[in-house]
Write a protein that binds this ligand. Structure first.
Ligand code: DLL
Length: 439
């Protein structure tokens, strides 16, 4: 741990003081400068002066993604446009993108937070770092980029896509670190194997993976296939981008939140009630230093839990669990709640299956029909016949079905396909394909 140690190992009492000071400042400015925040306070009949402790934050109403859409594009900015130096946004799969802004100080803080994150993942100044996150409105590419430079490492700004070129650059530049979505890194691995290369032979030692939910089983696949440490990084554009939290290489046991910049809460997604540490619910973040786009009690839609125990790495920051899934990605299959990562965990425990899958939802009369599409590995196809009259294959199908039922608590139909049937993505993987007609 070499980067900005004092902030990461600060005694918690001292941290709470710093957080309160920063919280009050954030709230005062947001109230004075952004009509949305003032209205939110007025609705709850509170004033910024009423926030005297960190607990008082619970009096403030939540902020949601719809608030960003309703204030599109710039109405939630708390500074003049002349002080904004960068815009980012979400991909906007449903309608317009959500837009966020940064001042120069915001970009500086973000670069430092990401530099700290890369350090936590085992990165060092001087490392060559292959950045496979997309550059653009998406925060992944530029977010990592500034952090790599701030650390004093060498940024290779490859962005996503063009997998053969990614492989050439990894072979030629010999990076120690890599970042991209975990699903895209598995595509790179697959492509290397197709080219007759052994992915374990690269110079890579650690990978910083996030921007989509992934399971422990996927970590095992990534670590074993590439011979690296796979580190989970979390963030969202509304709160800043990558670096809101990251695992440390020492423990790989929960993601350290950059608590000098972000305050985390876990709430019951149904009632909005704040849950005690350790309980699973929806993550809510309040920014403590952001100037252009402050967020106060922003509901992320992501499901996790919090752990305040000191970590073996020496950091004192609160850790959040790996994200289980998004509130809106939760499938309700015959009354049972299922997240795609739970399906992923089962599929990846079978070496006969490739780590690519989708859950396809169709409307069947009045009912919803869920089908898991997955594929056999090329190695399996070379050795065995994937035919119903092959007893070994039938036994495998049955075994997968049983494992799925045991893990999920409900049976789900499977469609096992030939290698390369599931669409690949060079960014966030599409895990749910919803073919139900709406309205
Ligand atoms: O995905 C920021 C990011 C870039 C994070 C690169 C990590 C690495 P958005 O496009 O706004 O920002 O999407 C944010 O992605 O609310 C989560 O649902 C999901 N997500 C991000 N990181 C993780 C993770 C970036 N480590 C949304 N595990 C978030 C699970 C994640 N889900």
């Amino acid at each position: 741990m070499i980067f900005n140690v004092p902030m990461e190992t600060m005694p918690r009492e001292e941290l709470f003081k710093l957080q309160l000071e920063r919280l009050r400042d954030t709230i005062r400015k947001a109230y004075e400068r952004v009509p949305f925040h003032k209205q939110n306070f007025d609705k709850a009949a509170i004033k910024p002066e009423d926030i005297r402790s960190l607990e008082d934050l619970q009096k403030v109403p939540f902020m949601k993604k719809t608030d960003l859409r309703e204030n599109y594009p710039f109405n939630l900015f708390a500074v003049d446009m002349k002080d904004v130096v960068r815009i980012h946004g979400s991909s906007g799969t449903k309608g317009k993108p959500t837009v966020v802004g940064y001042t120069k100080n915001d970009i500086d803080n973000w670069a430092e937070i990401v530099a700290r994150s890369i350090c936590a993942a085992g990165g060092l100044p001087g490392d060559i770092f292959h950045n496979g996150y997309g550059y653009g409105l998406f925060t992944g590419g530029l977010g990592l980029h500034y952090g790599i430079e701030r650390l004093g490492a060498v940024a290779v700004p490859v962005s996503g896509g063009n997998t053969p070129r990614q492989i050439t650059l990894i072979q030629d530049f010999k990076p120690r670190g890599i970042s991209a979505t975990p699903s895209y890194v598995l595509n790179i691995v697959e492509e290397m194997k197709k080219m007759g290369l052994d992915p374990r032979d690269t110079s890579l030692e650690y990978g910083i993976f996030g921007a989509e939910p992934w399971s422990e089983e996927m970590r095992v696949q990534l670590e074993e296939s590439l011979g690296i440490k796979a580190i989970d990084i979390y963030g969202l554009s509304e709160v800043m981008g990558p670096g809101v939290s990251i695992e440390c290489i020492e423990a790989q046991d929960g993601l350290h939140i950059a608590e000098d910049h972000f305050l985390a809460e876990i709430i019951d997604p149904e009632t909005g009630e704040v849950l005690p540490n350790g309980e699973t619910g929806e993550l809510v973040f309040t920014s403590l230093t952001k100037e252009a786009f402050p967020v106060i009690r922003y509901r992320t839609g992501d499901i996790a839990s919090l752990n305040p125990e000191k970590c073996q790495c020496g950091r004192t920051s609160m850790r959040m669990s790996r994200i289980k899934g998004r509130v809106d990605d939760m499938l309700i299959i015959r009354g049972v709640n299922v997240f795609p990562t739970e399906i992923e965990a089962v599929l990846l425990s079978f070496k006969e299956l490739a780590p690519h899958y989708q859950v396809v939802i169709e409307r069947d009369g009045a009912l919803d029909r869920f089908e898991v599409h997955c594929e056999l590995t090329a190695a399996y196809i070379q050795q065995s016949a994937a035919a119903d009259n092959n007893p070994e294959y039938s036994a495998l199908i049955q075994e997968i079905g049983t494992a799925m039922k045991n893990a999920l608590g409900v049976s789900i139909s499977l469609s096992i396909k030939q290698p390369n049937s599931i669409p690949r993505s060079d960014g966030k993987a599409v895990r749910i394909v919803d073919n139900r007609k709406r309205g």
